[in-house]
Write a protein that binds this ligand. Structure first.
Ligand code: G1P
Length: 297
């Protein structure tokens, strides 16, 4: 029987240098899309997929993340005094049941695989999810929930996948397809950041994973790969040889690369336009901006 996935790892140890100077004093994951930090979108998605235990792999300078998911007695008391029930209600999304959230520090940046490995004792012998909060996915049914449903059919290891422009493939983990079944793809190889000429396809790995405890064991070997880092992709690829149990999942939804400035801006526009309270004003501002820009050309 397939075991339920109830634990998720959120690797959030990165320095976020692409967003300096902002990330000099705030973690990248606290940067906001409209009015919620990136990490909130990741947590909401995990909750929708049935995750009950949230494991953050952090580093020095990330304490704002811990505060975000803690109670805020001063703010809450003030809101209560002023009768601001709607704002008190809104804060509930940041509440975590005691013991549901854990923080582990990755002392040295040694790659995504190493970050995931840091959580091994909390994962034990269970399947687990990994969510990279930089990849924000707007979807009717949250992406990880779609994957949990697909996992119900396949079991094993599933990675979110998306077709990218061939010249962009070398920025990703890339799948070598054994059998294409539409939304589910059976995988026969995986390469992290392949050279343009060596990419086995243009089906790229996006930051959502459901993995077996075997992958954690593979990470125990701490083998370095692309960029001299311990790569999660390599530990998953090792499972192809060992069990053949690796699948790609073409999710339904739009992915934004919030690890890049352009992607973050695009997500801001998309999420702003998706909001009932902002749409009209924001849309007319955007079209005005476009008209001004066209006129200037
Ligand atoms: C990581 C993974 C890569 C994946 C990507 C998705 O790379 O190593 O396999 O395709 O996330 O966003 P990073 O973007 O951290 O370099």
């Amino acid at each position: 029987m397939k075991r339920k996935v109830t634990k998720a790892i959120f690797p959030v140890a990165g320095l976020g240098t692409r967003f300096l100077p902002a990330t000099k004093s705030i973690p990248k994951e606290i940067m906001t899309l409209v009015d919620r930090p990136l990490i909130q979108y990741a947590i909401d998605e995990a909750r929708a997929a049935g995750i009950k235990e949230f494991i953050f792999v952090t580093s020095r300078g990330k304490s704002a993340l811990e505060d975000y998911f803690d109670a805020a007695p001063l703010v809450e008391a003030e809101l209560r005094k002023k009768g601001k029930k709607d704002l008190l209600e809104l804060l509930k999304m940041t509440n975590m049941e005691s013991g549901a959230i854990a923080y582990i520090r990755q002392q040295k940046a040694m790659g995504l695989g190493h970050a995931v490995w840091c959580a091994r004792r909390l994962i034990g012998d269970e399947p687990f999810a990994v969510i990279l909060p930089d990849d924000v996915i707007a979807a009717e049914k949250p992406c990880l929930q779609q994957m949990v449903e697909a996992y119900g059919e396949t079991g094993g290891n599933i990675v979110a996948a998306m077709e990218v422009a061939p010249e962009k493939a070398s920025a990703y983990g890339v799948l070598d397809i054994k059998e294409d079944m539409g939304s589910i793809v059976h995988v026969k190889g995986m390469v992290e950041k392949p050279k343009a000429a060596e990419a086995p396809s243009n089906l790229a790995v996006i930051g959502r994973y459901i993995l077996t405890p075997n992958v954690m064991e593979n990470l125990n070997k701490r083998k370095t790969g692309a960029g001299g880092e311990i790569q999660l992709t390599d530990a998953i690829a090792a499972e192809i040889k060992a069990s053949g149990n690796v699948y790609g999942y073409r999710f339904r939804g739009q992915r934004f690369d919030c690890g890049s400035k352009a992607g973050f801006l695009q997500a801001t526009v998309a999420f702003g336009l998706a909001r009932d309270d902002l749409r009209d004003e924001f849309a007319s501002f955007l079209s005005e901006m476009m008209t001004v820009r066209k006129a200037a050309e």
